[in-house]
Write a protein that binds this ligand. Structure first.
Ligand code: GLP
Length: 219
């Protein structure tokens, strides 16, 4: 794990990794949430050429994708509309989930997957109990996640109860994984995930089994 001085440094360090990949015309898996906001700002500032990049988002709520709080809207607002990426090159999990996975896996597969971690150890929307070989699918969100993510909605009742997410098996097929973690409130779960037992009770613990994973943390 690399501990960075502050959020700005976390964002620019991961932006360097993304920038190196973009030059190679790759397939990227991208996260949402508050942690990657600085990363997206930094990438926009760098005025990179996204014209040959394919992106795949980790997850999306089961909701109207045009809703301002959907992950489609989040990505448009924070990254896609601020770069020259082609909208057709931006993918989100959809049904049938097999066609989504086909698009990801086809050719060279995923070069780089950027992840955040939920307070209960979830990655994407793979909640505790998700199997390590899980694929893209519809899931029920845990009470903890509904409560955590209610800050992006008007109230906890407004948070969609279900989502569609890449599976843990899907994520693990990425050639390289970068986990971004921001805030002391995530330290305990990060420690459990990185140094504790590899168990489906802590979805992020599967990352211990990946041979090319980097973890970046700042307070
Ligand atoms: C959501 C997303 C996850 C993300 C997590 C943490 O639940 N589905 O992909 O990692 O939030 O988000 P934050 O960075 O806001 O703490």
């Amino acid at each position: 794990m690399k501990i960075l001085k502050n959020y700005k440094e976390l964002s620019s360090t991961v932006a360097d990794i993304v920038e190196a990949q973009i030059k190679e015309q790759s397939k990227l898996v991208l996260p949402t949430g508050s942690t990657p906001l600085g990363l997206y700002d930094e990438l926009v500032k760098r005025k990179l050429d996204w014209s040959l990049v394919l992106t795949f988002n980790l997850d999306e709520y089961l909701m109207n994708i045009d809703h301002p709080y959907s992950y489609h809207s989040y990505m448009k607002k924070n990254l896609f509309d601020r770069t020259n990426i082609y909208p057709n090159n931006c993918h989100f999990p959809f049904r049938p989930t097999l066609s989504f996975e086909d698009k990801m896996i086809k050719g060279r597969g995923i070069d780089l997957c950027i992840l955040g971690i939920g307070s209960n150890g979830h990655i994407a929307f793979n909640e505790p109990g998700s199997t390590f070989d899980s694929r893209t699918r519809v899931v029920d969100l845990s009470l903890q996640t509904l409560q955590d993510n209610s800050r992006f909605f008007d109230s906890v009742e407004d948070v969609p109860k279900q989502a569609i997410t890449m599976g843990l098996g899907t994520i693990m097929e990425s050639k390289k994984i970068v986990l971004m973690v921001n805030g002391t409130n995530k330290l305990t779960i990060l420690n459990v995930a990185m140094n504790g037992e590899v168990t489906e009770k802590v979805p992020a613990s599967i990352l211990q089994k990946h041979n090319n994973v980097e973890v970046y943390y700042c307070d």
